[in-house]
Ligand binder design. Sequence first.
Ligand code: FMN
Length: 394
Amino acid sequence: MPWKRRGFRGLDIRHAKNIGDLREIARRNVPNFIFEYVEGGAEDEATLRHNRAALEALRFVPTTLVDTRGRHQRIELFGRESPSPLIVAPTGGNGLSYPLGDLALARAAAAFGIPFCLSTVSTVRLERVAEEAPGRLWMQLYVMKDRTIAERIIERAAAANYEALVLTTDANTFGAREWDQRNYRSPGRPTLRNRLSALRHPRWLYEILIRRGAPRFENFAEYLPPGQASALGGSTIIPKLFEPCLCWDDIAWLRRLWPGKLIVKGVLSVKDAERAADCGCDGIVLTNHGGRQLDYCVAPIEVLPAIAAAVGERMTIIVDSGFRRGTDVIKALALGAHAVMIGRATLYGLIAAGQRGAERALELLRDEIDRTLGHLGCRSIGDLEPQLLFGEAK
Ligand SMILES: Cc1cc2nc3c(=O)[nH]c(=O)nc-3n(C[C@H](O)[C@H](O)[C@H](O)COP(=O)(O)O)c2cc1C
């Protein structure tokens, strides 16, 4: 394992006290343009900042003098017990952050017994993840212009026993990630400044680009023109493959093809949540893609109470975007979410120290969730309610 427990410059992930510490270790491990790919948001990054601000604005009103010995954070998710209310979110291009990064993340999730959602634009093929990192696997789907790509991925994910298909609906029109645009001279070709940054990170250069060759979009590389499958500069290549024609009628098409749980990732309004429930979806993810798509977008935590009131009894509500602390997770669960997807927090762990780093991120979140339950006087997730948050409707 190239990035051992001890992160770059002697920083040890065991001493990381929170996700912010892992982020610091991660930042030093990779060239600037790789860190910016993970870190950045779209346009003015107003959505990115607002995700944090909206979570931070919520305050708890704890209940005191409650015996919380033996408390736990188990939940039931799609009829199966999960030891923690967390899911590792789909993130594309993980092989640029860490060698075979998808496998490391999937193994970390499996070690915690929680679902791992593999991205369509992963750099390890979905079958290999199922073989080498068996656990609770979900498959994220981007539907591209050539619909046979999606159809093939659905068939293959079903054959490999993936539990859920997560249709991402907020990327039909691709977000303007201006830092990524600035970091590449042309698709796949970093600017001179970024090439120099790569040279200053020889371990990254060797492990990621030289040893195995640049990571590729393995799930659909065979459909791309020669030389276009490289994940390097991927977000300058991928947008060309997308077409804004996916719509609600397509849910029936997916339902025909996909036998497992169907989740729509990209819902932010009550109307869309009700539509997803009416279409027979099993779940929704309230998300703004971690601030990487529409700028000046509402934060998922802000729309959660109304959506939970409308469809919380009919389908599973998952939320993401901006979650960095156990307190954030508890806030969402108190407001009616059933589980939380974690994006960058586990990526920081991955970049800091591979599987062990991702596990450390999950360990930190798990411990924070446990501590927060204790502070609030709750014995389980089932005890959480909106009244534990200041100012929430009684
Ligand atoms: C580097 C990166 C790559 C991502 N790639 C995908 C993807 O391929 N498919 C997808 O549905 N969402 C993708 N997302 C969005 C995440 O699934 C998730 O919604 C988001 O990261 C949550 O916000 P957070 O990072 O603040 O936790 C990506 C996010 C990041 C940071």
